[in-house]
Design a binder for this molecule. Structure first.
Ligand code: AMP
Length: 544
């Protein structure tokens, strides 16, 4: 027997309607590429989003067409998100930090018909234009006064396009499984792969994100997403913040700038900020140098890479800010686990709480998790067994765009192989220990490079650290620690290795340390281990 409840589709347009009706006056503050910070509100955002939708129709877009963006976090990008997806187009966000050939690949693969671009990316597009096969026009996200001189054909001005379009539109209703947004993963090998989010997956992910034991988002929150709108929909914040009617503070192109972030957090009374660890290192460093505190900030959500204990401690002790670690990936919209304190753990000592905070967190309802061994057998949740982490749920991809059935990333019983290696403890907390491709196997046992890296960056002389496995005649592989020294520091190898004593198992301690000026990073800021292994291909441990 079927239930007798309404089948109202879960669409992004329904979030747009809700926020405009109930939180219309709530502010959106935006640092832009071309002007002083802009103050608008959710009502203006949705009015202009409707203009974007109508403008696309006038240009000839059809439902289901992919339209790209190449832009930072500002109010225009947010309007485009809603204008495109809300009207049934697919909003394809492109990471401007990708290599030029990757951008060409994904624009052509996605068959984008138009691209919205921040004016600072016009020179990039000029270089690529002959290779972007199906693109009919480029819309520069600025006004006439700031339109760049350009040789590009089909260059349109965003503000003019909006001014000429009607703001009248009823957000259409359609099947909630309709595609809404597209984001390509930038793996370290092979071509980027497209993850195609649906309206349903987006809305369910937003519902789960706002829950108290997840991000605990409220209407009273002032939210600063330092995670880019071009990467996994800025962790879904454009939707979850709208769902609850929070104030949104968008940092524009100033994402990695500690001074701007500190100023925004203080002046806009930001209560929750989200970003990857490197962003927060810059902010913490700036605050130390400039003797600033982050008075109003209550919590920061950190994910995308492991969060070092020293970072959680710095936020807690110097700024009275709670760190909430999250784990997920592009294929998961992205959130899978969130680290909040579970009932029964309130009495942990401050030190034990710090240790717990360095884990990736517990599964959100809606994201099932399991760890398996090489034969696919499920491993115990004892906090000790390492295994390949698999997930499933309504906001996890079930395939890649135009690669249906051929990516080999799903098990026969429908779980997605994340490529991460993890432990799960009896309380359900997941600790990510490595990427499958990066694990170090010493004498048949696994060593967590992430735990070693986190320990290393806790040392005051270390700015950044990476650990890779290097062939070893006796143990098959042993860890090599690669360190970027902190500015002005001249760390000593034996002192660094002694730092690990008592912090990790003695047989995990790296065999040697190498110093470098910088580490190679991917377009999403992760350390490119594959490149490091190439750089150290000829390295041999001393005396062996
Ligand atoms: P992306 O799809 O670019 O967002 O990258 C997802 C990957 O980032 C995951 O598969 C993990 O390897 C890594 N990652 C994300 N969050 C964390 C975390 N909290 N701790 C460790 N690694 C993480």
């Amino acid at each position: 027997m079927r239930g007798l409840m309404m089948d109202t589709p879960l669409t992004i347009g329904s979030i747009a309607r809700h926020v405009e009706l109930y939180h219309g006056e709530r502010e959106i503050v935006s640092v832009t590429a071309d002007a002083p910070p802009v103050r608008t509100c959710w009502r203006d955002c949705m009015r202009r989003a409707r203009r974007v939708a109508n403008a696309m129709q006038t240009l000839g877009a059809k439902p289901g067409d992919t339209v790209a963006t190449l832009a930072w976090n500002d109010h225009r990008h947010l309007e485009i998100y809603y204008g495109l997806s809300g009207a049934g187009y697919v909003c394809h966000t492109i990471n401007p930090r990708l290599f030029a050939e990757q951008i060409v690949f994904i624009v052509n693969h996605a068959a984008d018909r138009w691209i919205f671009i921040d004016s600072m990316f016009v020179p990039l597009i000029e270089k690529l234009k002959g290779q972007l096969d199906g693109v009919e026009g480029f819309i520069v996200m600025t006004d006439e006064a700031h339109m760049p001189d350009s040789s590009l054909d089909g260059l349109l001005c965003y503000e003019t396009l909006l001014a000429d379009a009607s703001a009248e539109l009823d957000w259409p209703e359609f099947d909630e499984n309709t595609a809404a947004a597209l984001c390509y993963t930038s793996g370290t090998t092979g071509d980027p792969k497209g993850v195609l989010y649906s309206h349903r997956s987006t809305v369910l992910h937003a519902y789960a994100s706002v829950a108290p034991d997840a991000l605990d988002l409220r209407s009273r929150d002032n939210v600063l997403p330092v995670v880019p709108l071009f990467h996994v929909n800025a962790w879904g914040i454009p939707y979850s913040a709208a769902m609850v009617g929070a104030k949104l503070v968008l940092p524009g192109p100033k994402m990695g700038d500690g001074k701007t972030l500190c100023h925004l957090i203080r002046s806009e009374e930001v209560s929750i900020a989200l970003g990857v660890p490197t962003v927060w290192s810059a902010l913490l460093q700036y605050c130390d140098d400039a003797a600033q505190t982050l008075d109003r900030l209550e919590r920061t959500v950190i994910g995308g890479a492991a969060v070092p204990r020293s970072m959680v401690q710095a936020f807690r002790d110097r700024h009275d800010v709670v760190v909430i670690q999250g784990w997920g990936m592009t294929e998961m919209s992205p959130l899978g686990t969130v680290n909040t304190l579970k009932a029964g753990l309130e009495g942990l000592s401050p030190d034990d709480k710090l240790d717990l905070a360095t884990k990736a967190g517990r599964a959100m309802f809606g994201c099932e998790l399991r760890i398996v061994d090489d034969e696919g057998r499920e491993l115990p949740r004892d906090g000790v067994a390492f295994g390949a982490l698999q997930v499933r749920g309504p906001w996890v991809c079930n395939d890649y765009y135009k690669l249906e059935g051929s990516a080999g990333t799903h098990t026969h019983d429908g779980w997605f192989e994340t490529g991460d290696v993890a432990t799960i403890d009896p309380e359900g907390y997941v600790a990510i220990t490595d990427r499958t491709k990066d694990v170090i196997k010493s004498g048949g046992e696994w060593i967590s490079s992430i735990e070693l890296e986190n320990t290393a960056v806790g040392h005051e002389s270390v700015a950044e650290a990476a650990v890779i496995g290097v062939p070893h005649p006796k143990w098959s592989e042993r860890p090599l620690l690669i360190v970027v020294p902190a500015p002005g520091a001249e760390p000593d190898k034996s002192e660094l290795l002694a730092w690990f004593d008592g912090k990790v198992a003695s047989w995990w301690i790296p065999n040697d340390v190498a110093f470098v000026d910088e580490l190679p990073h991917t377009a999403t800021g992760k350390i490119k281990k594959i490149e490091l292994r190439r750089q150290f291909a000829d390295y041999a441990f001393p005396h062996e």
